[in-house]
Design a protein around this ligand. Sequence first.
Ligand code: PMP
Length: 381
Amino acid sequence: MIPGPIEFEPKVLQALGSPTDSHVSTDFIETFGNSLELMRKVWKSPTGQPFIMAGSGTLAMDMAVVNLIEPNDNVLVISTGYFGERYADICKRYNANVTILTTEVGDTIPLNDIEKELSTKDYKLLTITHVDTSTAVLVHPEPIAKLAKKYDTLCVLDGVCSVAGEEIKQDEWGIDVVFTTSQKAIGVPPGLALLMVSEKAMVVFKNRKTPVSNYYADFTNWLPIMKAYENRSPSYFGTPPVNLISALEISLLHITSEGIENRFLRHKKIATAFREAILALGMKLLPIHKNYSANTLTAVYYPENIDGGKFLKHVADNNIILAGGLLPSHKTQYFRVGHMGSVNNNDILATIGAIESSLTSCNYPFNIGVGVKKALYILNN
Ligand code: PMP
């Protein structure tokens, strides 16, 4: 129950163990082309340009900005945790002038503050972390994308911990780049960076005056490849991860057959049940507002006087693996629970049960069963 890599569907894993086709075989060309088309459905971006790349989420972060910014461009990073900080570092590496808006841990940045900053100078691009996996804070991207449009600023959404788990309507909301990686709610083992780029952003890319300062990540190299696969013709720039892409097609088919709306609702219900169970147990969440709490993972403070290491070990003794804290300033004060992808009611009930058992072993005073009861009530209504 960590926030990625998650548990994967058996048929997705089977694809990884199948014989590896040639990357220019008819079957694989169909798989790649179909995966690109399915991405548009999951991202809700009929007009977007998808990219399927070998790499982790950090490559997707890199690729989204290195193709769109040029030296001395102004970039606004809206940070709600560790991955916002990383985004600022990446943009600085490409010689952008970076302004980072931050706030108290667990909070979001008021729209007014974002607008105030956008009005101070000509921002080429802004970045949002949809769900910062270090804090479990959910940012609502739509109003920020509207502001970006008003100030003619490109809007990039780090959807690593959200795509296929939190609601996203890329085209309708006017977001220029939405990216993720395979090991999260998309449900494929680690190794793929997946991006969807708007028509407007592709024009900005085509009109750039300086070369992209990263060879591997340059759209120039990969755009013809994506277009070729989508047109069902062979092409080569770098060898694609054949088995991972076969697994991706299976997972995207699974996601679209569940129905993306049903999937969001399932995530929301399970997340609500889990959060309410945690609160019923008397524990505190990192996100300050319920409205800004992620549906893909939850971050919980350890109760006072409870040793985090011992708590997690007792949970693990009950066969549930949770993640520790990630935000450097609060690392030892909280733990994280992933509930995305193929997670079901039984998984979350078993997790709450294991947490209750661990709390008992740690001599935490509470009425055993209150968390499970609360969750059952929510899951059954
Ligand atoms: N952004 C967010 C929000 C993430 O959660 C992560 C990884 N947990 C990344 C970016 C980086 O992804 P990766 O570890 O696959 O490089």
